[in-house]
Design a protein around this ligand. Sequence first.
Ligand SMILES: NC(=O)c1ccc[n+]([C@@H]2O[C@H](COP(=O)([O-])OP(=O)(O)OC[C@H]3O[C@@H](n4cnc5c(N)ncnc54)[C@H](OP(=O)(O)O)[C@@H]3O)[C@@H](O)[C@H]2O)c1
Length: 313
Amino acid sequence: MQYRILGRTNLKVSLVSLGSGGPSHLGQKTGLTEIESRKFVRYALDQGINLIDTAAAYRESEVILGRALEEVPRDQYYIATKSRPSYEGIFLTKYELQAQVEKSLQRLRVDEIDLFQFHGIRKSEYEYTVEYLLPVADQLKKEGKIRFIGITERFSDDGTHQMLQKALADDHFDTIMVGYNLLSQSATKTIFPLCQANNVGVLVMIAVRRALSCPERLENVIADLKKRDIISSTALPDQNPLDWLIDNQTNSIPAAAYKFAAQPNAVSTVITGTSNCQHLVNNISAVVGPPLPEEKIKKLRQIFGHISEGLGD
Ligand SMILES: NC(=O)c1ccc[n+]([C@@H]2O[C@H](COP(=O)([O-])OP(=O)(O)OC[C@H]3O[C@@H](n4cnc5c(N)ncnc54)[C@H](OP(=O)(O)O)[C@@H]3O)[C@@H](O)[C@H]2O)c1
């Protein structure tokens, strides 16, 4: 495993971290039993992963993590969790947020959350979050229940990262979580330079998701981009459009996609949302192995670099 510093938190985090949401939810959506999910979490730590991302909203993920990590010394992992600022259009009160964080602490069976994040914030939710909910998180930080505070975006609705641009300009947060992948590269221009300038830690999500792990889905995404004239109809073949990324150092599209996501210096960690041991090992080998060749990165930038929508699902 390789490790990078998570911005101003100074935490030394594994370049590949484990996500407990997305299409797998630690196996809750893919048919693992709870025992298997817990074993998978321990397996991830054995591979050198020391950062795990979760959320109150990820079904039983916090509970499973709490049980899986109970016997693990607390200095061997960092836990990042999150709360949404609103449910069904109604904002949380300060007391509700405080209660949510207390519940996360109980479910995770820890005294302190290493990184508390405001979850999937829309631009329209940003002002309320900063004005009313951030002071609650700051207070919990003073009380020793939260170490650092971050914010994550709602990538599918905010492909140009409007909310994160505002958050970074205001400089309220220790970390951000951003959607970045080889189809949606706009964070390179609008987000990463600000993070580097202000020493904000960057967690990358949706590096692979469904579009880059399911060949049929990828073909559909490429066909749609061609149909809408977003990429040229001759830019890529209709079938297996990204297979030219595969060579003797990159054995699959997911491998190429995780390598791509880990490549910018601004990125502290790439979250992998797998719950499959073999995939996990492959993903780590991809990221810590040789990077994609420069000419392939250049070609990806030529084809997809101008896209300003959140693709990947
Ligand atoms: N707004 C937010 O705050 C937000 C939004 C989205 C995600 N997140 C966080 O970011 C994490 C990562 O996002 P993500 O779940 O989209 O993760 P991802 O790693 O981009 O995609 C995970 C998907 O890719 C598949 N996959 C992974 N490696 C593979 C491989 N080697 N071969 C084939 N398929 C592979 C997984 O299936 P298998 O399980 O079969 O491997 C899963 O379906 C989430 O778990 C969550 O913690 C946060």
